[in-house]
Design a protein around this ligand. Structure first.
Ligand SMILES: C[S@@+](CC[C@H](N)C(=O)[O-])C[C@H]1O[C@@H](n2cnc3c(N)ncnc32)[C@H](O)[C@@H]1O
Length: 271
């Protein structure tokens, strides 16, 4: 579909490291008239848009939206109808807890042409940068990606943690660090073993990456885990143990950033 006469590309920007954006996404970004971007998008990617492109920050920090979702939908439709090519740049993959489906729905309802460019989701990329494969032959044959973000005062939970406890081998939780005490308690109640290894990975794939490892029955209340502010991916399952052998990227905080060839980072960003 041509978006040249006005349209929107919903583009996944990847999990943090700008080199993890797709080739297709980058090509579209370089042609954008308007870029509407979220908080977790690396600022270096914005430099890839043409100098004259309009750059609009849509916010989306948890609980601190610069623009509400209906306003974002309206913005996308309005610019596309003016004949502009809009790139809606979203962290990770647009359809993994990214509200990309809602935006596509609004575009479809308005008769605006659109494209979806999937992205590398933090759900798999952040564990990978911490040396944790979400599946592993003989250790984990299934994984689930679950949101941990729910209003504390919401009656009941949209996620049945006690049922999930033993239903899948690896649980990957986005937006769940702050709710981890409640989630861990429900998983233990549902029969997950107390010694199950858990990893909390903050700012994965970036130079600021940090990882905290513990057990399901103790890590949630440990000070080094509690101090981790978002963005954090939580991984629960025996695959976490593989990190001992597979950790390859440690981020700048513990001096391993230099171990990573800089040309790998820069390659994808060269025109
Ligand atoms: C609104 S969700 C968006 C997820 C995104 N669409 C994706 O596919 O990765 C935001 C959450 O993703 C996770 N996340 C995204 N990027 C991350 C990163 N670099 N390090 C750790 N967690 C990250 C965190 O759990 C964060 O709170």
């Amino acid at each position: 579909m041509s978006l040249a006469g006005g349209g929107v590309a919903l583009v996944g920007a990847g999990p943090g490291d700008p080199g993890l954006m797709t080739v297709r996404g980058l090509a579209l970004l370089r042609r954008a008239d308007v870029v509407v971007y979220d908080r977790l998008v690396d600022p270096r990617l914005l430099d890839e848009a043409p100098p004259g492109a309009l750059r609009i920050f849509a916010g989306k920090a948890s609980g601190a939206h610069v623009l509400e979702q209906p306003d974002i939908n309206t913005l996308l439709v309005r610019h596309a109808r003016r004949g502009r090519f809009v790139v809606r740049l979203k962290g990770g993959d647009p359809f993994v807890f990214g509200r990309g489906g809602e935006e596509a729905d609004a575009l479809a309802a308005a008769g605006v042409a659109f494209e979806i460019i999937p992205g590398v989701s933090s759900a798999v990329a952040v564990p990978a940068y911490a040396g944790i494969p979400v599946t592993h032959r003989g250790t984990a044959s299934s994984f689930a990606v679950v949101t941990g973000h729910e209003d504390d005062d919401k009656a009941g939970s949209a996620v049945d943690w006690t049922r999930l406890a033993t239903a899948v081998d690896t649980l990957v939780i986005l937006m769940g660090a702050r709710s981890l005490p409640r989630i861990a308690a429900a998983l233990l109640q549902g029969g997950r073993a107390p010694e199950t290894p858990v990893a909390l990975i903050r700012w994965g794939t970036t130079d600021a990456q940090e990882t905290v490892i513990g057990r399901l029955d103790e890590v949630a209340t440990r000070p080094d885990a509690v101090r981790l502010a978002p963005p954090v991916v939580v991984v629960i399952g025996d695959v976490v143990g593989l990190r001992e052998r597979l950790a390859w990227f440690a981020g700048q905080s513990d001096g391993a950033a230099e171990a990573r060839p800089p040309q790998l980072r820069e390659l994808a960003l060269q025109r």
